[in-house]
Design a binder for this molecule. Structure first.
Ligand SMILES: Nc1ncnc2c1ncn2[C@@H]1O[C@H](COP(=O)(O)OP(=O)(O)O)[C@@H](O)[C@H]1O
Ligand SMILES: [Mg+2]
Length: 456
């Protein structure tokens, strides 16, 4: 129970602190990205410089891009933000930017600025007809440059453009045009900074070797957030409601999240509701609430994240659950068969102890290896991929963000996949494999022995 809030007030207040499904746009909520923010701020002191933030899906690219842009943009206007899609082209995107510029002006501004001679947007016409100007057609690079010039002229003191999800653009030629444009902007002396973000392991993936290294572009690679930052999200949210909590909870949530802030937000959100719902306790988060939070978090993980996992496990042999868990059992993103097999055997031991069941017989190493290979197939969600063709027996997750879901799910079965990682004071964590609070409520939902077509 949490006194003093109606359900509605509580729900509204929660979302001031945790937002699993929306990028962060304020510095107070952006955890563990101070050095990146400093780097971006400093890079943008130089006219002609642009930023490219890249990393895994869900690592926090849009959040950093938005927060950095809000810091740069003067308060006389809001940032210009564009999301890319599969079919976006360079020229369309510039047209959308022109549209955003027009939309950012209200009637009085249009009147006041009506006399300014702009390059591509015709405000004067509008001023006379009181209609909003049409979006100009942009058909050349020079016209795209005119859009930038008009932004400089009428948008605000320090405008900035955010181009999000750049990786979505399928056509490589179109992506290259953006980099060419940045060079052109540099030569022209007209400048509005752009912050790009996109999923990639290196900028080469998106822009090609030649264009990814142009001097106008500062790359910022994002890694998982630190242990302290993971705690900050949870601790600040609990403290905002004066909730006392078991220290162990914060280590567990941080470990499960694997440095993806989404999971910390998601579990914290459900933890807060679990405390709110419990009439028997007051302003306290204990192991019971934590377990409830995990169960509800598993259920509400975004469909799109868990889809490959479901594809690999539903209607397939139950081994696949445990093999995927084994692959997520380490801070290392790249794993070889031997270390994953060792994880697998440990996981089965822990599982039978946690669920007070018979020991599940492990599959042998040969079959394990075959199953790993199967997990790279489309039929099994392409959960894993081979690290490279030349390094036999090494695997990684196709989407690192899935590792957090796997850890979350394993934890609801009393199996921890993060215990070996740094920063966790061992004395704080119950010896594995006991579920926090010793609960035996967690019956395995992992089905036994169905869909054995994998063994054919
Ligand atoms: N530094 C951060 N501190 C706190 N929460 C964050 C941070 N970065 C991202 N988040 C949260 O994580 C989730 C994913 O972030 P997002 O920026 O959308 O990732 P990406 O654009 O890389 O897919 C969002 O719920 C967001 O609120
Ligand atoms: Mg994003």
């Amino acid at each position: 129970m949490i006194e003093g809030y109606s359900e509605e007030e509580f729900g509204a207040e929660i979302h001031k602190h945790v937002r699993p499904s929306k990028p962060i746009d304020t510095i107070e909520l952006l955890k563990g990205r101070q050095s990146e923010l400093d780097e971006i701020r400093r890079a943008l002191f130089a006219d002609g410089r642009h930023i490219f933030i890249y990393g895994d899906r869900g690592i926090g690219k849009s959040s950093l891009a938005q927060t950095a842009a809000f810091q740069y943009q003067t308060s006389d206007a809001s940032i210009i933000q564009i999301g890319c899609t599969k079919t976006s082209t360079f020229l369309d995107t510039m047209e959308s930017i022109a549209r955003r510029l027009i939309d950012s002006l209200d009637a009085t501004e249009i009147q006041a600025k009506g006399g300014i001679n702009l390059k591509i947007i015709n405000l004067e016409l509008t001023y006379k007809t009181t209609n909003k100007p049409e979006t100009p057609k942009i058909t050349t690079m020079d016209q795209a440059l005119d859009v930038i010039s008009d932004i400089r002229e009428i948008h605000s003191d320090k405008p900035i453009i955010v181009i999000d999800e750049f990786d979505a653009i399928i056509n490589q030629e179109e992506r290259f045009k953006f980099a060419e444009f940045l060079k052109k902007m540099g030569d022209s002396g007209i400048y509005v900074p752009m912050i790009f973000s996109g999923i990639a392991t290196s900028l080469d993936d998106l822009l090609g070797g030649h264009l990814s290294s142009i001097r106008q572009l500062k790359p910022i690679a994002l890694s998982p957030i630190s242990w302290d930052s993971r705690w900050d999200i949870l601790v600040e949210a609990l403290e905002a409601f004066n909730i006392n909590f078991d220290e162990e909870i914060k280590y567990r949530v941080a470990g499960i999240s694997d440095g993806f802030p989404y999971y910390v937000h998601l579990i914290t959100e459900h933890l807060l509701w679990a405390v709110f719902d419990d009439q028997d306790t007051n302003h306290t988060a204990n192991s019971k609430h934590y377990i409830r939070a995990l169960e509800n978090a598993v259920k509400s993980v975004q469909e799109q994240i868990r889809k490959p996992y479901d594809k690999a496990t539903i209607r397939h042999s139950q081994d696949f659950h445990h093999i995927i868990w084994a692959a997520a059992d380490s801070a290392n993103l790249h794993r070889n068969i031997d270390s994953m097999y060792a994880s697998y055997e440990r996981i089965l031991r822990d599982l039978s102890r946690a669920e007070h069941s018979e020991k599940i017989p492990p599959i042998d190493r040969k079959k394990f290896s075959q199953r790993l290979s199967t997990l790279t197939k489309e039929s099994h969600g392409s959960v894993l991929r081979k690290m490279s063709e030349s390094r036999n027996g090494w695997y990684q997750f196709s989407e690192n963000m899935l590792r957090g879901f796997v850890r979350l799910l394993a934890e609801t079965h009393g199996v921890q996949l993060w215990l070996e990682e740094a920063k966790v004071p061992k004395q704080l964590i119950h010896p594995r494999p006991q579920t926090l609070g010793g609960s035996a409520r967690h019956q395995s939902s992992v089905p036994y022995g169905i869909g054995l077509k994998d063994d054919e």
